[in-house]
Design a protein around this ligand. Structure first.
Ligand code: SAM
Length: 227
């Protein structure tokens, strides 16, 4: 249950400086959000690649969130410039415990995200549980709101039925357009795609078990109004 979760009343009220002290006063808010980040493998991989981009993981499980928090704190401590010269001091990555199905727009300002990740989300196999899926028409309206036009949604799963579900919902939404992996690689998104495929704990597990992975990416497009 959510009883212990606290949500900001609006994104303007959220104080990101506790998450990213090195960026305090920069006015920056997270641009990458990893929904259901699990043990944090994606963001830990991306953080050094985009040291000026703030990244946030959202995770509902208390212990898992704490684990990611401690993992980031340890990386920050051991990669501090005075200890080891390192391309990243992981100052740009953080995690919060949150139910991502609730109040996302209270954390993220409108059009503030450039990338939204849904990596190996829980499949909720039974039909009566489909409303618990993290991709739905209602939630897509929120994702479209917090994403900047041109921003990207990355989805990947080893569950074929869920892959079809996510793709069908995203393709049906007027603000999202499917983008081929090849096109994204041409745009320089290769390192992100590689991390999406292989950097997370769940993605590695699927690899160990020889499972298949279905990737689908979508661009948040501008609404073209008809005259
Ligand atoms: N993305 C990670 C990876 O690829 O390793 C984790 C995948 S795991 C199968 C799904 C994760 O989503 C779990 O850690 C779960 O606790 C989290 N989760 C499920 N529902 C959530 C929600 N409503 N809000 C935030 N996190 C959620």
């Amino acid at each position: 249950s959510d009883h212990a979760l606290v949500y900001p009343a609006s994104p303007a009220e959220y104080d990101w400086s506790t998450h990213y002290p090195a960026f305090a006063g920069s006015g920056k808010t997270p641009a990458f959000a990893d929904i259901g980040c699990g043990f944090g493998g994606l963001l830990i991989t991306l953080a050094p690649l985009f040291p000026d981009t703030l990244m946030l993981g959202l995770e509902i499980r208390v212990q898992v969130t704490q684990y990611v928090h401690d993992r980031i704190a340890a990386l920050r401590a051991t990669s501090a410039p005075q200890i080891s010269p390192h391309p990243s001091s992981y100052q740009n990555v953080s995690v919060i415990r949150a139910n991502a199905m609730k109040f996302l727009p209270n954390f993220f300002p409108k059009a503030s995200l450039t990338s939204l990740f849904f990596l190996f989300p829980d499949p909720h196999f039974k039909a009566r549980k489909h409303k618990a899926r993290i991709i739905s028409s209602t939630l897509l309206a929120e994702y479209a709101y917090i994403l900047a036009p041109g921003g990207l949604v990355y989805t990947i799963t080893d569950v074929q039925d869920l892959a079809q579900w996510m793709r069908a919902h995203l393709e049906a939404h007027p603000l999202f357009q499917f983008v081929e992996e090849e096109e994204l690689r041409k745009e320089g998104k290769g390192p992100i795609l590689d991390a999406v495929y292989g950097s997370t704990e769940e993605g590695k597990k699927v690899e160990r078990n020889g499972g298949e992975k279905w990737l689908a990416c979508f661009r948040r497009i501008e609404m073209h109004r008809q005259a």
